[in-house]
Each structure stands twice: as C-alpha cells, then as structure tokens.
Design a binder for this molecule. Structure first.
Ligand code: FAD
Length: 331
C-alpha cells in the first residue's frame, strides 16, 4: 500500500479537445495533492494529443503522462482500459479521478475491475482525512443524505465526478511541469470493438454544463408551448434553456436540458428559475450558480431560500416584461 502515491486525473479529450470536466477535476486534484504533499498528474490518452499536455500543466498538473498511439485514436473501452491499467500497475497512483461523462462512466468501472479496486460514482465533494484516505462524498438515498465513502483496503482509490461540480484552477501560463511519453503496449487484437464510422447526432444537444447563462423552466411553465417563452428570455440574454425534472418527465422538453441530481450539475454566472419550486434534487444541480434569480407565484416556494433575487409573480407576465426591458437596454 505504501508504494502508491500521487493523485491522477484521467484527462479526457475528444477530437483533440480537452473536456472541461477534466480541467475541473484537475483543479481539485491539485488541492488534494497539495494537502497530501504529492504530485497531481494527468493521464492523456489518444492519437495526436501530445499538444494538449501543456494546457494540463497550466491548469495544475505537475506531470502529464501521454499515451499516444494510432490504435487509441477513437475511444474504445478495451483500448483505454488496458493502457491505463498497465500504467497504474507500473507507476502505482494512490488516487485516480475521472469526469462522470459517458466515457468516464464507461471507463472507470472497467479499470476498477481490472485493478480489483473500488469506485465511487458521481462524487460531489472530495477531501483527504487525517489518515490520508480519500473521502468520496456524494448524495445517497434520493439526495436525503450525504454519504462519505472510503476505500481503505485497495489501491488506487477511484472516483468519478460530475461535470460542473468542481472548479477549474485559474490558468497559469507560467506553470512548469513534466511531460512523459509512455509507449503503449497495445496491439489490434487487444481491442475487440472496431469503429468504422462516427456519426454525429444531427440535432446538436444543448450543452447547459458550459453555459454562463441558463434560463430554466419547471412545471409552472405549463407545457411545451410555455417553453417558447423561456427560450425567448434565454435568447434575449444570450443563454440556454434548462428545465426541472417535472418539465422533462411531462415531455415538454428533452432530458439533456434537465438540471439536478439526476440531470446535469451546472455552475453558470446567472441562473433564472421560472416556475420551479426548488426541490432539494433540483437545487443539487444549480445551487452553486453565481447569481440565482427565481420567478414564482408562490412567495413561500423553497427556491426563494437559495435565490439572490426573487420575483413573486406570474411568469407569463414577468418574463415578457423582462424581455422587453432587456431589449430596451440593448438598443
Ligand atoms: P413543482 O414542484 O410542481 O413546482 C412548480 C412551481 O411553479 C411551483 O412552485 C409553483 O408555485 C410555480 N408556478 C406555477 N405556475 C406559475 C406561474 N404561472 N408563474 C410562476 N410560478 C408558477 N427534480 C429536478 O428538477 N431535477 C432532478 O435532477 C431531480 N432528480 C430527482 C431524483 C430523485 C431520486 C427524486 C425522488 C426526485 C428528483 N427530482 C428532480 C424531482 C423533484 O423532487 C421535484 O419533484 C421537481 O424538481 C419539481 O419540479 P418543479 O419545481 O418544476 O415542479
């Protein structure tokens, strides 16, 4: 156990672009590594990705391990799991963190299984206890309690973290670090999946996780038609549309807009909640927004407890007035 040290982050890239969540968890890894007095390292896997290593250093990595190989051009579970597990067996990190993206959620359990270690999914907080163990904090039982999970007997300790939960460290152009190229021990036969073509979804999914302004609608919006008004306000502000689960479950808007415990975690500069009551599961996804504005006709709605600005009123009257005022200011 004592051989294991350093905090690693799986630096996920797609088409040679780093995912925001990787930089967010790198910011957290930096803090944890400083607390333990070890290195924060990033593991960058792909083909033609070496150029991204410098960016990872600027965001807090001491060391970037680059595994660059034509067979790793596209993500495959077997290819990525093999090269990362091999590197873990060789270098023995104490902790590995992954973004809870589709890829992270697919990859981390495979690596955990190869290494016979544990994995905590969807952590909302991480810390180090007095014995140096990783505290993996996440909501449990429908958000009714917060569980702190530890992995005392196996290494590495592994967790996935949802996008938007952690904060990126400020980019430091002067930071220096080490880039270490690793020769992947991989051959075609190691990957049983063959990717012939990647077809992007015709309809681009909304990326609420990276938006600075989100206007969200809930059951109070009353129907799909009502979301047109939410969209108009979002357009006037240059933002995107979010939604509560009640609105998604009712089929008024697609699930990629859902904010909350079972939706997305967002951290915009401005979050406007329209006709949303403010259930704990919704707050779990947007409570860290910089400024929260709530529009609700019920003055006792719990959303007002987390809102910086509250407007008690009918959203069908308040939103058109807001749009008009925004347009007036813009002109
Ligand atoms: P409601 O609670 O019905 O609130 C509607 C609000 O609109 C009311 O406050 C009302 O006063 C107001 N209103 C009505 N008409 C108007 C009007 N004309 N103008 C202004 N205000 C008006 N929820 C999520 O959002 N995200 C999640 O990820 C999520 N995950 C969950 C996971 C679990 C395990 C469970 C058990 C629940 C989860 N929920 C989630 C559901 C959550 O508990 C709430 O049921 C949901 O958030 C309620 O949505 P809402 O606020 O839109 O609807």
């Amino acid at each position: 156990m004592n051989e294991y040290k350093d905090i690693w982050v799986f630096a996920e890239q797609r088409e040679q672009r780093l995912m925001n969540v990787s930089l967010e968890i790198l910011g957290e890894a930096r803090k944890l590594a400083d607390k333990k007095g070890v290195k924060a390292c990033a593991v960058l896997v792909g083909y033609g990705v070496k150029g991204l290593a410098d960016e990872l250093i600027k965001y807090g990595a001491d060391v970037v391990y680059v595994i660059d190989n034509p067979l790793l051009k596209n993500y495959t579970t077997e290819g990525y799991a093999k090269v990362i597990a091999d590197l873990v067996n060789e270098l023995k990190p104490e902790v590995i963190l992954y973004g809870a993206t589709y890829i992270g959620r697919d990859l981390a359990p495979r690596i955990a299984s190869r290494l016979h270690t544990g994995l905590t999914a969807d952590c909302t907080g991480l810390d180090i206890d007095e014995n140096g163990l990783l505290l993996q904090i996440r909501p449990a039982f429908g958000g009714n309690l917060i569980a702190t999970i530890i992995c005392p007997e196996r290494r590495p300790q592994m967790a996935t973290v949802r996008p938007g939960v952690m904060k990126k460290a400020p980019k430091d152009g002067k930071r220096k670090g080490e880039i270490i190229e690793i020769q992947a021990n991989i051959k075609e036969g190691d990957i049983r999946t063959q990717i012939f073509d990647i077809i992007k979804e015709a309809k681009s999914k909304v990326n609420i996780e990276e938006a600075d302004i989100i206007v969200s609608g809930g059951r109070g919006v009353g129907g799909a038609e009502g979301f047109k008004l939410i969209q108009q306000l979002a357009d006037a502000l240059g933002g995107v549309v979010g939604a509560s689960r009640a609105a998604v479950d009712a089929g008024w808007i697609s699930s990629d807009h859902q904010v909350g415990q079972t939706g997305k975690t967002v951290r915009p500069k401005l979050y406007i909640a329209c006709g949303i009551s403010g259930a704990i599961q919704h707050i779990a996804g947007m409570g860290n927004a910089k400024t929260i504005v709530a529009i609700n006709k019920n003055p006792d709605a719990p959303i007002f407890k987390v809102a910086d600005y509250g407007i008690v009123g009918d959203l069908f009257k308040v939103i058109p007035a807001l749009i008009e005022e925004i347009k007036r200011i813009k002109n």
